[in-house]
Structure formats: C-alpha cells, structure tokens
Design a protein around this ligand. Structure first.
Ligand code: SDX
Length: 432
C-alpha cells in the first residue's frame, strides 16, 4: 500500500511539503514531523503537548472519549477484578500475563529484594520528622543509585532488570519507612512470608510490640488501587522519567524525577488535595458555595479530582475506586462515612452543572482514592507516595521500553523565542 501522506501548505506561496502519516494498532494516526525543520526551517508549537505523540509505546492504551483503559490490551476492569498487583506488574513489564511458574518466579525475585541497605535507613534521620513523604521519597530513591552501583549500567539489559526488581521491591519498604519516621515508630523489616501488599501494610501499620494480622478485604482494596495506578500512558511523570532517561541518567535518578513530577497537585498530588478540599467544604450544605467559587475565575479554586487531559467521558478507574470505596466502608462498618457521602454529593452536583458538563469534566482516579485511603487509616500526606509506589512499575516499564525503540533520542524540545533581539553589553555605570 502506498505511504499515506499529509501535505502542509503555506499561505505565503512557499512550496508545500509532505509528511508521512503513521498508524498504530489502535487510536489516532500521527503525522511524522521529524523532518519538518529540515524541510521548512520551522518547528511545531504545542505547549502542553495537546497534539503531540512523544513516543511509540506498546504498554498502555487509553480511549478518552469512550473511557477505555487497557494494559497490554487487557481492560483495566478485568485486571483490577482478577489479578494481583505483581501479576499486573509482570504484564506491564513483560507484555504478557505470566503463567503460574513465571508468576511464582517473579514474586520470588521481588520478595528477595524487599530489604534496603541498612545504611539507607540512616538517611532518614537527615529529614525533619514532619517532612512530606514525597520529599523523602525523592531524596531516598535518588540516593539508591549511590547504594547499587552494580545495576546502573543502562546499556546492559540484565542491569536494567535488576534495577527494575530493586525499585519495585523496595518502594513499599521505603514508603512505609517514610511513614514510620513521620510518626516516630521503629522501622519494620519486610516479612517475606507476606504478599507484596500485605507486606506494605505490615511495614506501615505493624509494630514490634504486637502481632499484625492482614485483613483480606483491606488488602484486596489496596491491591486494586495499586493496579489502577500502575501505568497511564505518557502522563506528566512518565514523560518526566522518559525525558530524564533519554539523557542516559541511571534508573534511580529517573524514578526520583518521576516522583518529583507526580507530586504536583495537577497530577498525583491531587489525591491529597481532594481530601483537603473535602475537609474545607466540611458539609454538603456548603457545596453550592464551593462550586460557585470554582466557577469564579478570580477565585482560582479548582474541583480537585475532577477533569483529565485525556478522559472526556468518565475515568474508568474512578468507577472502580468508587465501588471499592463502598466495599471498604461496608467492611469497616463505616457505611455512613461523612467524607464518602460528601464526595458523592459533590460529584452529583458537579455532574449536573453546566460548567462541568460543557468542559467534559468528570471524576478522575484521584477523586475517590483518598476516601479509601482514609478509611484504611492511611494518613493524608502518604496518599501521593502510594501513587508513586504503584506507578514505579509503569515508569520502569516505559523507561525500559525506550531502549528497544530505534527512534529513541535525547529529548530536547525547541522554542518560539519571544525575548529581546541581539543587543550590546552596557557597563553597570552607564545603565539607567
Ligand atoms: C492525574 O495524564 C494522566 O494520565 C494523569 C493521571 C495518571 O494516571 O497519570 O490520570 C493522574 O494526574 C489525574 C488528574 C489529577 N488532577 C486533578 O484532579 C486536578 C484538577 N484537575 C485539573 O487541574 C485539570 O482538569 C487537569 C490538569 C487534570 C487537566 O487539565 P487540562 O487538560 O490542561 O485542561 P485545562 O486545564 O485546559 O481545563 C480546560 C477547562 C478550563 O476552563 P476554560 O479555561 O476552558 O474556561 O476546564 C477547566 C479549566 O479551567 N477545568 C476545571 C477543572 N479542570 C479543568 N475547572 C474546575 N475544576 C477542575 N478540576
């Protein structure tokens, strides 16, 4: 079949130029503009990447109009219902669901990397006790490269694999230690007889003084939340990881960059912001007043946990989390939980309001996750750190994918320069 082309023509009489149109297996085609500058001396201008595909990828597919999310082709609803987090991690990293033996082997390797270097635990005492967990994660994850010199050769696939295992296995330990440091309790060593999720909950909530018993409903809820957060195509933090990775930076440095990017309230930090917003609203009777403020341009209030760059129909993850929320609250005998009721009332008002309807603003993954975390007893500042724990799988998979892509290059965007034109230096005594 003849190559499909897109023709760019100019109104000033310049000759038009053709560009190849590339198709994927699903989703919009792309115009390959890599030769644009060479052919025309012009760049594309797309702040915020509204119309830019920054890479090829085989990992995650989103149809934002239909509210569809697939990991390696499998619908998120099926994976969240039927898989463990490590099963999904294997799928995201390797492209296929593991058979029984592959899964056992994968779990075994992860389990045997859960402990962190003893010296790393001393790193924590350099932080204030009230340090935000995301600040601690940025520092501690970045520091891992100083502890694991044997796995930072990015050109060696084996070394990349070892780093991937280390990061996925140690993130629960590092995150739980962050919490323990905040509350002044002793760090709990991982217990490798527990599952990945149980181990995280044990290291977070267990103490050396008491027997800790997993609760299957709560474990399942956390497992599901981690699955829902595991990857999401070329979102801001994943793009940060890829950008850092394109320079040849080591994987620990790249993931630390991803954590920093995730922290922002427009991205993963929204789960914490939702809880703060619900606290601020306080009661359903204040919802109309809050919505009025959101719509007031001068006020700069946002309905946190609402809106998405890609989803213009419902975020499928929000639906699953809302259901999980029901289950958790039922199990904990918190059916009348004030926060959950307030969140549902707020969602209802927003979904019926013209402002949100016109802009296609729906609840995203962060809207209900905080309510579940809160019910599980997880402190608000740890919310985004748990997002980071789960997303580490996606970050690593996407980072690794770059190495097999012949089109991968140093990510180096250009700009539309609007500053001063060339001018001569003026000595300080002559400046006005
Ligand atoms: C995540 O990209 C990913 O995949 C991210 C993520 C992942 O898994 O990695 O899904 C995780 O980051 C979820 C998003 C969490 N963020 C929030 O919940 C924060 C609140 N949401 C908004 O900040 C916003 O909706 C974004 C940042 C999520 C998306 O912003 P866009 O695509 O840049 O859209 P926009 O800011 O240009 O908004 C379009 C319009 C504007 O109004 P107008 O100027 O056209 O009149 O919608 C308005 C915005 O003001 N708007 C909102 C709003 N979100 C958008 N108005 C009020 N409240 C909101 N939440």
């Amino acid at each position: 079949m003849a190559e499909k082309l897109a023709t760019l023509s100019f109104s000033d009489g310049k000759p038009s130029v053709d560009f190849p149109v590339l198709g994927g297996t699903m989703g919009p085609e792309v115009i390959d503009v890599r030769a644009l500058y060479a052919k025309t001396g012009m760049f594309t201008y797309d702040p915020g990447y509204l119309s830019t595909a920054s890479t090829r990828s085989k990992i995650t597919y989103i149809d934002g109009d239909e509210g569809i999310l697939l990991y390696r082709g499998y619908p998120i609803e099926q994976l969240a219902e039927r898989c463990s987090f490590l099963e999904v991690a294997y799928l995201i990293l390797n492209g296929e669901l593991p058979n029984k033996q592959q899964l056992e082997q994968f779990v075994d390797i992860v389990v045997h990397h859960t402990m962190v270097h003893e010296q790393l635990s001393r790193f924590y005492s350099g932080f204030r006790r009230d340090a935000h967990p995301m600040a601690v994660l940025c520092g501690v994850i970045g520091a891992l490269s100083a502890f694991y010199h044997d796995s930072i050769d990015i050109n060696d696939p084996r070394s990349r694999d070892i780093s991937a295992f280390r990061l996925i296995a140690k993130l629960p330990t590092i995150t739980a230690m962050t919490y323990k440091y905040n509350v002044g309790q002793p760090f709990m060593y991982p217990k490798n007889s527990l599952s990945y999720v149980e181990n995280f909950l044990y290291m977070t909530f267990g103490t050396p003084c008491e027997e800790w018993k997993p609760n299957p409903v709560l474990t399942r809820a956390m497992e599901r939340i981690l699955i829902l957060h595991a990857d999401h195509e070329q979102n801001a933090s994943t793009s940060t990881v890829r950008l850092a990775g394109s320079t040849g930076a080591n994987p620990f440095a790249c993931i630390a960059a991803g954590v920093a990017s995730l922290w922002g309230p427009a991205h993963g930090g929204a789960n914490e912001a939702v809880l703060k917003m619900l606290d601020q609203i306080g009661d359903a009777k204040h919802i109309p007043e809050f919505i009025k403020r959101v719509k007031d341009r001068e006020d700069h209030s946002m309905l946190m946990g609402f809106g998405h760059r890609v989803y213009k129909n419902y975020d499928p993850r929000a639906r699953i989390i809302q259901k999980t929320c029901h289950e958790v609250l039922e199990e904990l005998d918190l059916k009348d939980d004030k926060l959950f009721k307030l969140a549902m009332a707020l969602e209802k008002v927003a979904l019926e309001d013209d402002y949100f309807i016109k802009r296609k603003l729906y609840p995203n993954v962060d809207f209900y996750s905080g309510v579940v975390y809160k019910a599980l007893g997880i402190p608000v500042p740890l919310f985004t750190a748990i997002f980071a724990l789960a997303r580490t799988v996606g970050w690593i998979a996407q980072w690794n994918e770059m190495f097999s892509d012949p089109d991968s290059k140093l990510n180096r965007p250009r700009q539309l320069f609007t500053g001063p034109t060339t001018r001569d230096f003026v000595p300080v005594e002559k400046r006005k």
